[in-house]
Design a protein around this ligand. Structure first.
Ligand SMILES: [Zn+2]
Length: 67
């Protein structure tokens, strides 16, 4: 399980057990999925991205109020 954000190097299995970073699967609902994509600056064309169950994002890209 690794983070979807290109310039993020967080990979779950390499994390210390007591890491504060958590991994989240993208919401399957298309509207919420787009909201997530827009809330993180991925730096590439968002229109070509489709939801996948293998897409995860780590908690480093969230603000606390987004949880
Ligand atoms: Zn990340």
């Amino acid at each position: 399980m690794s983070c979807f954000v290109r310039n993020c190097k967080n990979i779950k299995r390499l994390m210390p057990v007591d890491s504060q970073i958590t991994f989240h699967r993208f919401p399957k609902d298309d509207v919420r999925f787009r909201e997530w994509l827009c809330s993180i600056d991925l730096g590439w064309n968002l229109n070509n991205i489709k939801w996948s169950e293998n897409m995860f994002i780590c908690s480093e890209h969230f603000n606390e109020q987004d949880f």
